[in-house]
Design a binder for this molecule. Sequence first.
Ligand code: FAD
Ligand code: DHB
Length: 394
Amino acid sequence: MNPMRTQVGIVGGGPAGMMLAHLLHRAGIESIVVEARSREYVQERVRAGVLEQGTCDLMREAGVGARLAREGITHHGLELRFGGDRHRIDLSGLTGGKTITIYPQREVVKDLIDARIAAGGAIFFEADEVGIRGFDGNAPAIRFRGGGSVQEISCDFIAGCDGFHGVCRPSLPAGALTIFERVYPFAWLGILAEVAPSSDELIYCRHDRGFALHSMRSPTLTRLYLQCGPDDEIGAWPDQRVWAELHTRFAVGDGWKLNEGRIVQKGITPMRSFVAEPMSYGRVFLAGDAAHIVPPTGAKGLNLALADVRVLAAALAKYYADGSRELLDSYSRSCLRRVWKVQRFSWWMTSLLHRFPEDNPFDRRRQVAELDYVTNSWAAAQSLAENYVGLPMD
Ligand code: FAD
Ligand code: DHB
């Protein structure tokens, strides 16, 4: 066994874990990151793509925003499409000039791993059999198998940044957490296609056959999603069927056309809303997907994960500066207030745009009326815009 010691042991090297390690380093606090997957794997995973204004500000303030500033694509609005018509939501005009930025999650993770390595910070990739213990008392530790031997890191605190399927949340004693959950009766099929985006802005589309979303990664890469069955197998969606369905759902009568290209990635994501309360127990603090999941309509998962670790890093900095546990004690409460508002928005965007199998003709008329309201009322559009660009971090 190889014993090590640090101040904060971080389980998970996704966006939450890597940003936490980086913010702690800037505050002069030592940490070690333990990640189950390889560096290549975490840097290549195709996931989220939309950064809120506050997330971009955080990247810039933390000194990891240079490539984001060069390569990120700034958007001032988005399109809601329904009934074969297009309606623009002027995000900037409705929020006093705020924007969102297209910058893929894997680029965020790459920038943070590069910063970590440049700073000489410790990170273990491909850690097997990761476990946490001692967090009830004063001797928390992370144990894992890596490089052929068992390694143990003793620390003051453990940050559980290991995602929804991680080990930290399930390691807490039964009854320590209350779970709030809703599983949706559909999933998203996502593709990455080698073709120029068909629109300068994102398109969220409601159709009687189900939801569709047009997004992008670069001037030559388009990201598209469509609502599919919760148990659909990827094999049931050959490329031709995916394109046919996308053409049908996005159809408008004004000459707009969806560009087709070679599909280079295809995957199905289940949809759920999930919150574990509180987000801390003893000396363990949960952050990001380890504590909560939102359905992806609204693009909030990554942004929420980074908002959590911003609060956690500030709380740890206060503790190490003057020994006060005040901000650590209020960490869960501070985060959950914002988490629940973002849960509400993600649920609302999902119900606004998806076809629910139990919906009757009344529900479908009501849904279209709500879209009509959102696209024609300044107050309703402003509420959508305020949430979409991101609620204040504090
Ligand atoms: P994660 O990114 O999940 O990182 C957790 C890390 O912990 C991973 O690197 C994992 O390998 C590691 N880990 C897990 N278990 C262990 C263990 N036992 N020991 C050590 N390490 C461990 N959000 C959007 O806004 N838009 C999208 O389009 C979108 N698409 C998504 C598609 C998929 C398939 C998934 C799963 C999520 C998607 N999300 C999307 C959500 C968004 O990607 C997440 O909210 C975001 O990744 C959360 O970051 P995180 O660091 O909390 O968790
Ligand atoms: C993307 C994902 C989302 O969930 C969303 O609401 C908008 C864009 C994307 O991957 O680009």
